[in-house]
Design a protein. Structure first.
Length: 363
């Protein structure tokens, strides 16, 4: 572990220094290390006299080696802001976590273009649970990683369906990752890790549950996700908070239609009224992101092509691309690229979107 991670770890454990103040410290001192080693008078310019003094006392007794040993014993990995392993989309929000504590597969956090949040009420209706299952199962088939909060109701259904469908899911907690909350989800917690997913939190291990922490947790769900689906929720639903964060962070917000007679229709209907995108089926989300080829069809598609056609298809499997993009990526003359794209378009292998970029069609 590098020294910047040790410094970030210390700030993460220090009460009173959260993501916003940490961001200010890094900006002022140039790095977490410089901030950690700064004099009290220097820290006071950012933290104020009292908090700077409190931090100096905390720093004198903080034993990073002991903390690292405890994390290792509990099989908890720590990723600090600025590390390559830190999810790039989360680092871009206004108040990214100082550190992420992770149990499970860290690589599951790096499916940036296909991370999607599904959230909703703890008091889910049978309709809401069915909608959650339909959307989750289809999104997983198209390679999406599902992000949610491990709460009862909609969150649990999203995680469970993802695991059962063979996908990876990320559960973001409002407490330490070594605390299973709610306890009713003990088996689900275990299955998420065993299936290649991850349990994450910005709060150090041992940090217990409190209501305010769930609000902070919701911004991470939104920050990790390319978009979120709010399935159900009442007027005071935490899912609305997640949606607000998503909108502020420039993420897409989707909502399905919900029966007007349901008390849980308030959140999705309010969001639709405010401009969220109506999701009548998973296809509305899949088409929004230009994802048309499932993992199961990739080998089938490639088996029928060789040469420049195969090269182009392999590139389009990663993301949509313009002819000029493909010229640079495939390193072939533009005329050959255009001729090949025309043939693939006639064979209904590719199509062109409104931006002039080509993408693969489902087979």
């Amino acid at each position: 572990m590098d020294t910047s991670t040790y410094s970030s770890l210390a700030f993460s454990y220090c009460l009173g220094i959260g993501p916003v103040r940490f961001k200010q410290l890094r900006a002022h001192f140039g790095s977490a290390d410089n901030a950690y080693n700064a004099k009290e008078s220097e820290l006071a310019t950012i933290l104020g006299a009292k908090l700077a003094h409190d931090f100096i006392i905390f720093r004198s007794s903080f034993k990073s080696d002991s903390i690292i040993s405890q994390l290792s014993t509990k099989h908890i990995q720590v990723i600090s802001l600025g590390q390559d392993a830190y999810p790039k989309q989360l680092a871009q929000i206004s108040d990214p976590p100082i550190c992420l504590y992770v149990k499970g597969n860290v690589k599951a956090l790096h499916n940036a273009d296909k991370m999607f949040g599904i959230v909703g009420t703890r008091k889910a209706s049978s309709y809401g649970l069915q909608v959650t299952q339909i959307f989750t199962k289809e999104l997983v088939a198209y390679g999406f990683t599902i992000v949610s909060g491990l709460a009862l109701g909609i969150d649990s259904k999203a995680h469970t369906t993802c695991v059962e469908a063979g996908g990876a899911t990320i559960a973001v907690l409002g407490c330490g990752v070594d605390i299973i909350y709610p306890t009713a989800n003990k088996q689900l917690y275990k299955h998420i890790i065993e299936s290649g997913g991850a349990i994450i939190s910005e709060f150090p291990p041992g940090h217990t549950v409190s209501p305010g922490l769930f609000i902070a947790r919701n911004r991470i769900i939104a920050g990790l996700s390319r978009g979120i689906l709010v399935v159900e929720g009442a007027k005071n639903s935490g899912a609305l908070t997640t949606a607000r964060y998503a909108a502020e962070q420039g993420r897409d917000v989707f909502a399905p239609p919900v029966p007007m007679t349901s008390t849980m229709s308030f959140a999705p209907h309010l969001l639709l009224k405010e401009g969220a995108r109506l999701a009548l089926s998973p296809t509305d989300i899949i088409e929004e992101y230009g994802v048309f080829v499932t993992k199961k069809t990739i080998d089938t598609v490639l088996a029928h092509f060789t040469g420049i056609s195969r090269d182009i298809i392999e590139r389009l499997l990663i993301e949509a691309a313009s002819p000029d993009d493909l010229k640079l990526l495939v390193k072939k003359p533009i005329i050959d690229i255009l001729n090949c794209l025309s043939r693939l378009e006639l064979e209904n292998i590719v199509a062109k979107n409104s931006e002039g970029k080509y993408y693969l069609l489902a087979q």
